[in-house]
Ligand binder design. Structure first.
Ligand code: ADP
Ligand code: 5GP
Length: 199
């Protein structure tokens, strides 16, 4: 039997600074069957972020227009800015047979889980709030006011961990990466994702 597997939607959430991007960028580098859904956001780009790669950076008016056109799989206000997953990103990438990684907050994750019950959902936890704080300050991409807003929102986000299928504590980065990679490997092998191909 040929190894054909249905593509999947992989939802990764966790408080700001926990290491989501660090882990999934490594996954995307290692596994060519995975791709990233580029979201839209109304927040300003951070130094080094590239429009169309990290996000599509858009105005409030453009965002409202996308909402009006029903262009989103899900959209939400997070840390005071608007974010949304475009239907075109998910549909076009899945149509190519790729599995699509979504880096979205728990509000968005809840809606994706409802719309796509066979998605894979992973929540990344920090080893402690103190380490989360150190990572946000260490990353040095947000001002202290923004960091404190993200830290205070982290508690509410972490309270929603129960709706996710998997939880991984990102303390040792290599271990957390291996754990997330193992989840994805196992999920690919689910019989429900097997695609019988007669040679
Ligand atoms: P997120 O995407 O969840 O906001 P990032 O991937 O940007 O978080 O990571 C935040 C910061 O923490 C980055 O500077 C990153 O290098 C660092 N980091 C990620 N994982 C670990 C880890 N396991 N131990 C120490 N620092 C980490
Ligand atoms: P950041 O501003 O640090 O890139 O992201 C802030 C938060 O927004 C993170 O929790 C991230 O998961 C979330 N986020 C990014 N894109 C989307 C999206 O398209 N939809 C939702 N609901 N959340 C998103």
């Amino acid at each position: 039997m040929r190894e054909e597997r249905k593509s999947m939607l992989i939802v990764i959430s966790g408080p700001s600074g926990v290491g989501k991007g660090t882990i999934y960028n490594r996954l995307l580098d290692q596994d060519p069957s995975l791709t990233f859904s580029v979201s839209v956001t109304t927040r300003a780009p951070r130094p080094g972020e590239i429009d169309g790669v990290d996000y599509f950076f858009i105005s409030d008016a453009e965002y409202e227009e996308l909402v009006r056109k029903d262009a989103f799989v899900e959209h939400a206000t997070v840390h005071g800015h608007s974010y949304g997953t475009l239907k075109t990103q998910v549909e076009e990438k899945m149509a190519k047979g790729l599995s699509v990684v979504l880096d979205i907050d728990p509000q968005g994750a809840k809606n994706v889980m409802k719309a796509c019950p066979d998605c894979v959902s992973i929540f990344l936890l920090p080893p402690s709030y103190e380490k989360l704080r150190q990572r946000l300050y260490g990353r040095n991409t947000d001002d202290p006011k923004e960091i404190e807003r993200r830290l205070s929102n982290a508690r509410g986000e972490i309270e929603q961990v129960g709706m996710y299928q998997y939880t991984v504590v990102n303390d040792d980065l290599d271990l957390a990466y291996e754990q997330v990679a193992a989840i994805i490997t196992a999920e690919k092998q689910r019989t429900t994702r097997y695609f019988p191909v007669v040679e």
